[in-house]
Design a protein around this ligand. Structure first.
Ligand code: SF4
Ligand code: SF4
Ligand code: SF4
Length: 384
């Protein structure tokens, strides 16, 4: 196997195939990497319920085989979890996870040579609190009664414990202010080809639909991961059919186009009063620092310029903390949405940070986390 090859595959373990999404290939590939000592540890999500899961770093093959599968209401991000641990590790990663990991690699907090990144196709994830409210308001069901969820043909489907399926189109949900997180709507990294191996259900056709995973090998590490899983008897693969390849390309194009449309809709230029706009949005900040702690590309450590400026003493009702971070993240923000997710006073932080970062990154033709180029402002060369 080598970089550039594509396959359709599934787990050879029946229970993993039944429990895991799309035939359980990702789960089995991660377990095989651990079993055959390709890595020392694997990151998995330990499910608590449909809306909560805890990421764990494990060396236990059974824990990997019993892990959660995809949870659309758990918008996790693993970059900081594995940073500064010096681990030989394999992990599943959505596009924004991959970007965070690559940016931490550039900042020497993660050794990318020792990190096997299994990319997952991602149409978007949802905030767990918003999802609970959406279930009551839109679906008229109690969150505790939910047994499983799936996205199919543009619909978000919740299965309740009585076996009933409740489906509403994502367009309708988003019109009413529910559905995917805002950052996911305008995200355009739907197939993470910046990972070692990109996996997902888009492009699986015929009898295998829903029972197998489409795989694109993006690096030598990705080839090693898949070959190891096949050799270890954990995974079976075959070549995809032409119809599936075409379908995958079509879905990817549609999703990316939709992301671009949302981007234009959300980031309407502010013609007048830009400073007032930022001041107003940030005036309720309580300086808790959660947005910095969770940011997957931020790696300055506890004592940093932004925290030094973290003060309410300035005369403006906008902490210098954010001004420093706007500049610092202009070439680093990946639009992952984590900062908005955690803000206790509901400031739409990702929108604010992307407002700063979009024009800078577009002008510099630099997308953080998409390749290994150093950030444009990483180092300064002084003319003699
Ligand atoms: S920001 Fe993009 S990659 Fe990340 S969860 Fe949202 S849609 Fe998926
Ligand atoms: S500023 Fe927010 S959206 Fe940007 S990378 Fe950090 S957490 Fe993600
Ligand atoms: S998470 Fe919200 S309240 Fe806390 S520092 Fe960031 S913007 Fe301020």
């Amino acid at each position: 196997m080598q970089k550039g090859e594509i396959y359709v595959g599934w787990s050879t373990k029946e229970d993993v195939r039944k429990r895991g999404g799309s035939g359980g290939l990702v789960t089995s590939m991660l377990a095989a990497a651990l079993e055959k000592k390709l890595v020392d540890a694997v990151v998995v999500l330990k499910k608590i319920n449909e809306f909560e899961a805890v990421p764990v770093i494990t060396s236990d093959v059974n824990e990997v085989l019993n892990s959660a599968g995809s949870l659309h209401s758990v918008p996790s991000n693993f970059a900081k979890l594995i940073a500064n641990r010096n681990l030989k590790v394999a992990l599943p990663a959505k596009g924004c996870d991959v970007r965070g990991i690559i940016e931490q690699g550039k900042r020497n907090a993660i050794n990318l040579d020792n990190t096997f990144i299994v990319g997952l196709n991602c149409g978007g994830s949802m905030h767990p609190v918003v999802t609970r409210e959406m279930l009551e308001v839109m679906y008229k069901i109690k969150p505790e009664d939910v047994h499983g969820e799936e996205i199919e043909k543009g619909k978000l489907i919740f299965e309740t414990k009585d076996g009933k399926e409740n489906a509403i189109t994502i367009d309708e949900l988003e019109e009413k202010g529910y559905g995917r997180r805002e950052s996911c709507r305008y995200c355009t990294i739907k197939v993470p080809n910046n990972s070692d191996i990109a996996c997902g259900n888009w492009g699986v056709t015929g009898d295998l639909a829903g029972k197998a995973t489409f795989v694109e090998i993006n690096s030598e590490k990705g080839a090693t991961l898949l070959q190891n899983a096949v050799d270890a008897g954990y995974v079976q693969v075959q070549k995809p059919d032409e119809k599936g390849v075409a379908m995958r390309a079509k879905i990817k194009g549609v999703m990316e186009g939709l992301g671009q449309k949302w981007k234009a809709k959300v980031f309407v230029p502010i013609e007048n009063g830009r400073l007032e706009y930022f001041r107003k949005e940030l005036e309720n900040c309580i300086d808790c620092g959660a947005c910095r702690a969770v940011c997957p590309t931020c790696s300055c450590g506890e004592v940093s310029k932004c925290t030094e400026y973290h003060s309410r003493s300035d005369a403006y009702k906008m902490s210098m903390y954010h001004l420093v971070r706007f500049l610092h993240l202009a070439d680093a923000c990946i639009g992952c949405g984590q900062c908005s997710d955690v803000c206790p006073v509901d400031i739409p932080l990702t929108r604010l940070y992307r407002r700063f970062a979009n024009p800078v990154q577009e002008q510099l033709k630099y997308e953080p986390g998409m390749d290994m180029r150093k950030p444009p402002y990483f180092e300064v060369k002084l003319n003699e």
